[in-house]
Design a protein around this ligand. Structure first.
Ligand code: SAM
Length: 345
């Protein structure tokens, strides 16, 4: 999938802040969802999100503890010609900062988090979510927070909507919506298309299988993270019709799962649609022989191959291929599943 530019206009900022700034398609999507009269972004960093709030809202308060970053945020808003932002440099939890912010429609916070953690927890966010809720409770009941998307819904100890967002097929952001902003328990969004999936209660879990059918479907990672596979499978059954049978879950390994079915359909929350070409022992030379007659030029290895063996395996399966189609090669328990990508527009 083509990699998009992060920002239409390159933002001002230091290397680390630019790395943590919200990618533009997500910032634009979120600003649409939080569109209101007055919003306060209480940990705004260099303003990667603030700029888009200011485009959608009448007035924005932008708070940041780091004086250098707030200067960048000012420059970024100026670059977009925005004059409806009041910048406040200080600790968002300091009463002197809080008193400068009037009653608002929405409080948003994208808190600082450690660059790496063995397991992500809301308790390592700064400023902390409970602290912001308490400090600004008299200003509004509508809060939204960004949180690390590696946290499953069960690890989020609040009554809020958990919205997982994938961008260009990768899990990218998690937004938590509180109070009047909460619409569902969970939601999955796929950007840039802007498609969404919400919970439907009473659906059975998707049945697991070890047998690949004619077609395989790789869900958007936001669907998996939001634990909405039953909803996705149900929407696909609706599209395929009752005669085509169901969709089953094929777990490739800890990181990869596919839905499989004999029905061929196109669904917007599917990242990759595949025709299953062959299921066979994982023997690179034999796989290469098979691929030679199939107009295939490249093989994307989707297997837990050791990094030092990656190129050896890839070169063996791709040896002398001259076609123009691409296949993805999954491996489960030493069995290879060769899948041709379809509907790749
Ligand atoms: C992840 S960054 C925000 C990125 C921003 N949303 C963007 O898209 O550019 C988190 C910011 O929170 C700031 N921060 C941490 N604790 C704070 C506090 N108590 N008050 C205000 N800002 C704080 C950090 O300095 C950091 O710039």
């Amino acid at each position: 999938m083509a990699r998009r530019k992060q920002f239409e206009k390159p933002l001002h900022g230091d290397k680390e802040s630019l790395r943590f700034a919200t990618p533009e398609p997500i910032a634009r999507y979120r600003a649409q969802r939080l569109r209101s009269k007055v919003l306060a972004d209480v940990s705004c960093g260099i303003g990667g999100q603030t700029v888009f709030f200011a485009q959608q809202c009448e007035f924005v308060y932008a708070v940041e503890i780091d004086p250098k970053k707030i200067e960048y945020a000012k420059q970024n808003c100026a670059m977009y010609g925005l004059e409806n932002v009041k910048f406040i440099c200080g600790d968002a939890l300091d009463p002197k900062v809080i008193e400068q912010i009037p009653a608002v429609d929405v409080i948003f916070s994208d808190p600082f988090r450690p660059a790496e953690e063995n397991e992500r927890h809301v308790s390592s966010l700064e400023p902390g979510i409970p602290n912001v809720l308490a400090a600004y409770g008299e200003k509004t009941r509508n809060f939204a927070f960004e949180a690390p998307p590696q946290m499953p819904p069960e690890r989020i100890p609040f009554d809020c909507e958990k919205e997982y967002i994938s961008l260009d097929g990768q899990l990218n952001r998690l937004t938590l919506y509180f109070g009047g902003l909460k619409q569902y328990d969970r939601m999955a969004v796929a950007l840039p298309a802007g498609e969404g999936l919400i919970p439907k209660y009473g659906l059975p879990q998707v049945k697991e299988t070890d047998k690949m059918k004619l077609c395989a479907y790789e869900p958007e990672p936001s669907v998996v993270a939001a634990e909405l596979l039953p909803e996705l499978a149900e929407s696909m059954i609706q599209m395929a019709g009752p005669l085509m049978g169901g969709f089953e879950l094929f777990i490739v390994d800890k990181k990869r799962l596919l839905l499989t079915s004999d029905a061929l359909i196109k669904q917007s929350m599917i990242k990759n649609h595949y025709l299953v070409l062959k299921v066979c022992p994982f023997e690179p030379k034999e796989i290469n022989k098979f691929l030679k007659g199939q107009n295939i030029g490249s093989v994307v290895l989707r297997a837990g191959v050791k990094p030092e063996e990656y190129w050896e395996v890839r070169n063996a399966v791709e040896k002398d291929l001259e076609g123009n189609k691409t296949v993805h090669l999954f491996v489960k328990d030493e069995i290879a599943i060769l899948c041709e990508v379809i509907f790749n527009d």
